[in-house]
Design a protein around this ligand. Structure first.
Ligand code: HEM
Ligand code: FES
Length: 351
């Protein structure tokens, strides 16, 4: 997000990402229909398409939900995160195609308006085997629509980061609704272990990844030790590579302590864009650059360079006998806090 930064660009990487999504979806749907026809020559094209779109959508949702924890476990997955929203939009489009075909096949041929029929033809909410599972699919589709419609950075800025983030966390509610949609729907009639096994495997992989990522973060969230005056002892100056940071947890908040141009500065490690880990970024063009989508913050103020307006809290630092200390009391986001200068004596004689 340097001065030439444009929030959303159609660069070659995004186009490649979208092409991979589109080709994979087309290959999946074609293979699903072809194998379905061979396995069951009496199946109609509509039924196979409904199943191909539905299973493809839930598969993409698994991928989208796995990317977050994968990136927290291994930075090599970060390129997948840059355009995760495109995956979300593709999930909605496939889910909408599945729902649209299903409404057409099961509700459009009677006298009742198809949407009234979808909502009202089955209200046996107390029955397990006859539960109105299609309404669950509709609820999930509404959530996926809201997420797809607000996926552009315009909505992130308009709604503000925290509200946008809360809205997009509804992906997990959509996932739960879809598991129930399939469990109360197809699984009541289709007793083959394939679909049930695939759902159980998908849920276990997602749960395992989220638990592993949470454990990794909890280990890194141990409070750093404090000196008598309340300052937090971070590490020796030499332990922070140039243009990089050491992350410490101070009063429950992650703080990125950066070394750059012979100085030390500390800002909150939580990016204003989508809570990306600023402490895992680097200093580029004099600004701390988020590793997720490139938002930038000045190390001395925690403010994004003009014309951008994002700001994160800043912390005072001190260097004592070569060790870096941080004052745990944050300054207001955007406040200028003088960086600590690294003297020759601070680095001398240390490996
Ligand atoms: C208006 C919304 C929806 C309606 C009316 C609907 C309807 C249906 C119906 C009738 C079935 C049973 C199909 C069969 O057994 O042949 C089904 C199954 C399924 N649905 Fe939905 N659905 C909706 C939304 C969704 C969404 C948004 C997703 C995923 C993102 C989804 C994923 C699935 C899956 C994975 C199955 C099981 C595989 C299959 O049989 O197709 N559904 N849905
Ligand atoms: S989280 Fe997107 S730029 Fe930081």
């Amino acid at each position: 997000m340097s001065h030439g930064y444009v929030a959303v660009q159609w660069n070659p990487q995004k186009r490649r990402y979208d092409t991979v999504i589109a080709v994979s979806v087309a290959v999946y749907v074609a293979a699903f229909v072809a194998i379905g026809l061979v396995a069951n020559p009496f199946a109609t094209a509509e039924t196979l398409l409904i199943r191909a779109f539905g299973s493809g959508a839930i598969l993409l949702l698994h991928v989208a939900l796995a990317i977050g924890p994968l990136c927290r476990l291994d930075a090599r997955f970060l390129p997948l995160l840059y355009n995760r929203r495109h995956l979300g939009v593709a999930t909605f489009l496939l889910g909408a195609a599945h729902g649209g075909f299903a409404v057409f096949q099961f509700h459009a041929l009677g006298d009742v308006n198809p949407f009234v029929s979808l909502l009202a033809s089955n209200t046996r909410f107390s029955s397990l085997s006859q539960f109105p599972f299609q309404q669950l699919g509709l609820a999930a589709l509404v959530i996926l629509f809201l997420m797809a419609a607000t996926s552009h950075d315009f909505w992130l800025t308009t709604l503000t980061g925290p509200v946008w983030k809360r809205l997009h966390m509804l992906a997990y509610a959509a996932y739960g609704l879809l598991i129930a949609h399939v469990a109360f729907g197809t699984l009541q009639t289709d007793r083959s272990p394939l679909l049930a096994g695939a759902l159980a495997l998908g849920a276990s992989v997602l749960l395992g990844l989220h638990l592993a990522a949470a454990r990794r973060e909890a280990a890194g969230d141990r409070e750093a030790p404090r000196s008598d005056d309340g300052f937090v002892d971070v590490c020796h100056v030499d332990e922070i590579p140039d243009s990089r940071a050491r992350v410490v947890t101070v009063g429950g908040e992650r703080v990125a302590v950066y070394r750059f141009d012979g100085c030390i500065s500390a800002i909150s490690s939580v990016c204003q864009h989508q809570n990306g880990p600023l402490g895992e970024g680097k200093v580029l063009d004099g600004c701390i650059t988020c590793p997720w989508h490139g938002f930038q913050y000045e190390p001395e103020t925690g403010a994004s360079p003009a014309p951008f307006t994002e700001k994160v809290p800043v912390f005072a630092t001190e260097i004592r006998e070569g060790r870096v200390y941080v004052d745990p009391r944050p300054f207001e986001p955007g406040t200028r806090v003088e960086p600590s200068r690294i003297a020759a004596v601070d680095v001398k004689g240390v490996a």
